[in-house]
Design a protein around this ligand. Sequence first.
Ligand code: SF4
Length: 386
Amino acid sequence: MPRFDGGRFPLATDLRSGRHVHACGASIPSSACSSATPTTGPMTQKPSLSGIPPRKLESILAPLPRYRAVQVFSWINSGVDSFEAMNNLPLALRRELDGHFCLRKTTLIKKLEDGNGAAKLQIGIPGGMVEAVILVDGAGRRTACLSTQLGCAMGCVFCRTGLMGLTRNLDSAEITEQFYHIRKFYPDIANIVFMGMGEPLLNLSELRRSLEVLCRTMSPRRITVSTCGLVDGIESLAGEGPAVRLAVSITSAREELRRRLMPVSDANPLRRLKEALLRHQWRHGRRITLEAVLLGGINGSTEDAYAMAAFAEGLDVVVNLIPWNPVDGLCFEGVPLKEPSIAELGHFCSELEKQGLKTVIRREKGRNVCGACGQLGSVVNKDFTL
Ligand code: SF4
């Protein structure tokens, strides 16, 4: 049995010559088999072909003709999880591919349903588990919320994932497969947001690979990358793309308060963040979402609204107000965090609107399964459905 060498696809190996022999009889030298490196699946030691952009896939599957790689890619991106299902490929080729590769390196562990349309999937990855969430808006449109890291190093005080610390980055297969798992249950996903576990811009190369794949399924206009405000990452997206939508977690536009709530601000002050957002908007022309997690008694004053308006000046933004979703044990400077009151939320919203800002209040579904914003990574002891 030929052994996969981490490079191209050895369709068969002539052991005497050491040359890989294609099913059609053409042969290529083993030395040509070197470049792309697919990642390994969980159950087998076979490398996975998911999460690999088309051009890379072509090079892995060489010397198969390009159209075969295109066929394989479109099957993978349609969500099939077996080569057997690729019925426009010759049976012998499907078997040969199956002998060398797998199509999933992740496994679905649990599906938890909120009861009001939202759900959370717990997905096993090599060495751990990540969570992906399905959100649903008032019009019934579903959004897939994907994770990019196992845990998170950013330490925002209001977020459960931040308490976990960072274990590792996810690779492109582990990111895109979250979407495939979700789409099996919900074929009508209208949007994708990278707002799950982790800071996407700290995993930029794998994020870009996964976007290259997912943008073949969904318009970049319907994909949003959410960051806690990493200036270098935003500059990189502004300069090199892709031109997906951007959401930035501001939480407070008062520098001193933001530093206490979000340690990322120390190295990424608001002035530099704003410059990067202006460049991103100038380059890609997309409205930016400013997210503000509203914490009871902390960041919803008139002064906070003025500061937000001053920060937004010159930018085309919508402010997404997210009443804090409770997580046991989270404190701010020794005091347990609490949800904002309705009055507080209404006051902050109307102060922002008086300043001319467009606002949306995002009342989170998904709380019942700890799938709402800031709750991922929580322990859930609930029955689940599959
Ligand atoms: S809010 Fe986002 S960036 Fe901040 S700790 Fe949570 S996952 Fe990380």
